[in-house]
Write a protein that binds this ligand. Structure first.
Ligand code: AHR
Length: 492
């Protein structure tokens, strides 16, 4: 049995809803096919964007959507993607599959997408192969209200009013695909580029510096030391690769209990990353003014057999649901410093919440966890203490239970619980301090097997369902979590 103490009598800071943000790149079938089908498509669409995907994303209450990359961002020249579609430059997407990029989805289309789904835009600018002027003009084009060369160009292209733009990334992975830079060199470039990312009128830009690759703590140290006062956020990228080996990452669907355990073990490394990167940031910024933004995370498997290796298309099982739940719990626990995270990527790429095939669309197990967890958006963080039995495999141990809790505006407590075990259920004894209510309800995402996933033939094999395996006994709440499950209880 696991024991969980939930300190509902002392709610703390707000869990920034932006922890529930997403990422969309010009990669494989994320933008093209996944979102953009064009005005003349037989697939029902709104201004070229498919209606089924728009509706599903809107329902998820995505706070922020990041675009246009990823590695693509550092070779994207925004002026190629404005003006009449037929005149837009055709280029090669060299990073991702060598396919033709016709630039039909550009700045106007992305910002319209954000309006349609109710998300705020987060734009990544080009440091690796772009100029200071190009970046500066992009911000002017989007946000300047009045007479200026870029504002006039925007108006010629049909948009009179400026957009509101808050989140702007100055480069992406500049230690790798964004220019192979050393941190000292990037820190200087960041200071230079960021200087020309202007606040026009009332618009206030939240400037985000490119952060570390996983365990590269030196990158965070140098960036904080040299440039912290010029930034509002510093990013961090960490992907869960089951084998830990990029050359053969493992299959998304064909795996046994050993790979299941290993994947969860790899994902738990996020905890160490949050602790250690935050500790470095604390040294230079004890007030926690600079946000830690995990703007790429999620699982990365071998691509589905027969698909373009450059398209990063993978299936999504109940294992991905667990990965989502575990990471979201970790982000809640570190939400004093972690202000935004963006799972990669929103449609058809990596740990996507949506997959499409022609006119068909399905919601993945990861979608259902995000949907269930959205009650934590902008809720007050509630500290929890847990004593968990060990989940053991070949001499390695993990806690079998992962948990987090928050209090919403009405005073209701939402508790999210993940049972990591591949085959065993778990009894949890909860001591909910300060809870005097009696209305309890639950939702669960689970499945009959660890490989269960949604296919276009069976799109609802893994969904969220009402959960009732709990009982109050005196002051204590007892919950029985099915094997490999993610559960959220609402205590009102
Ligand atoms: O999400 C796929 C790629 O992963 C992104 O383009 C890049 O930033 C990261 O390496």
């Amino acid at each position: 049995m696991a024991k969980l103490t939930i300190h509902a009598n002392s709610p703390k800071h707000i869990i920034n809803k932006n922890i529930y943000s997403h990422f969309s790149e010009h990669l494989g079938r994320c933008i093209y096919e996944g979102i953009w089908v064009g005005h003349d498509s037989p697939i029902p669409n709104t201004e070229g964007m498919r209606n089924d995907v728009l509706e599903a994303l809107k329902a998820l209450k995505i706070p922020v959507l990041r675009w246009p990359g990823g590695c693509f961002a550092d070779e994207y020249h925004w002026k190629d993607g404005i003006g009449p579609a037929e005149n837009r430059k055709r280029m090669i997407n060299t990073h991702w599959g060598g396919v033709v990029e016709n630039n039909h989805f550009g700045t106007h289309e992305f910002l319209r997408l954000c309006e349609l789904i109710g998300a705020e835009p987060y734009i990544s600018g080009n440091v690796g192969s772009g100029t200071v002027q190009e970046m500066s003009e992009w911000v002017e084009y989007m946000t300047f209200d009045g007479e200026s060369p870029m504002a006039n160009l925007r108006k010629e292209n049909g948009r009179e009013e400026p957009w509101k733009l808050t989140y702007f990334g100055v480069g992406n992975e500049n230690w790798g695909c964004g220019g192979n830079m050393r941190p000292e060199y990037y820190a200087d470039l960041y200071r230079q580029y960021a200087c020309y990312v202007r606040n026009y009128g009332d618009n206030r830009i939240f400037k985000i510096a490119c952060g570390a690759n996983s365990f590269d703590y030196n990158w965070t140290e140098v960036l904080m030391r040299e440039a912290a006062k010029h930034m509002d956020g510093l990013s961090l990228h960490y992907y869960t690769v089951p084998t830990g080996v990029w050359q053969d990452k493992g299959s998304a669907t064909e795996f046994g209990e050993k790979e299941w355990f290993q994947t969860l073990q790899e994902t738990m490394k996020m905890e160490e990353l949050l602790v250690r990167h935050s500790a470095i940031m604390d040294k230079y910024d004890p007030e926690k003014r600079v946000a830690l933004m995990v703007d790429e995370w999620g699982t990365w498997y071998n691509v589905e057999p027969g698909t373009n290796p450059g398209f990063l298309y993978q299936q999504n099982t109940i294992r991905d649901a667990l990965i989502a739940g575990i990471n979201l719990n970790l982000f809640h626990h570190h939400s004093e410093r972690v202000q935004m995270t963006n799972i990669a990527q929103v449609v058809n790429v990596l740990q996507a919440v949506i997959l499409t095939e022609g006119a068909d669309m399905l919601l993945t197990p990861t979608y259902h966890v995000f949907d269930m967890y959205k009650v934590h958006q902008d809720a007050k963080y509630i500290p929890v203490e847990l004593q968990s039995p060990a989940y053991t495999m070949e001499g390695k141990h993990l806690d079998q239970l992962s948990a987090s809790a928050s209090m919403d505006d009405s005073g209701a407590v939402n508790v999210s619980l993940c049972n990591l075990h591949h085959s065993d259920s778990l009894e949890v004894e909860c001591d909910v301090r300060g809870y005097a209510g009696s209305e309890i309800s639950g939702t669960a995402v689970t499945a009959g097997s660890i490989n269960a996933h949604n296919s276009f033939e069976a799109p609802e094999a893994v969904i969220s369902e009402a959960f009732t395996s709990y009982r109050m006994d005196g002051e204590k709440l007892y919950v029985t979590l099915p094997a490999h499950s993610v559960v959220t209880l609402r205590l009102a």
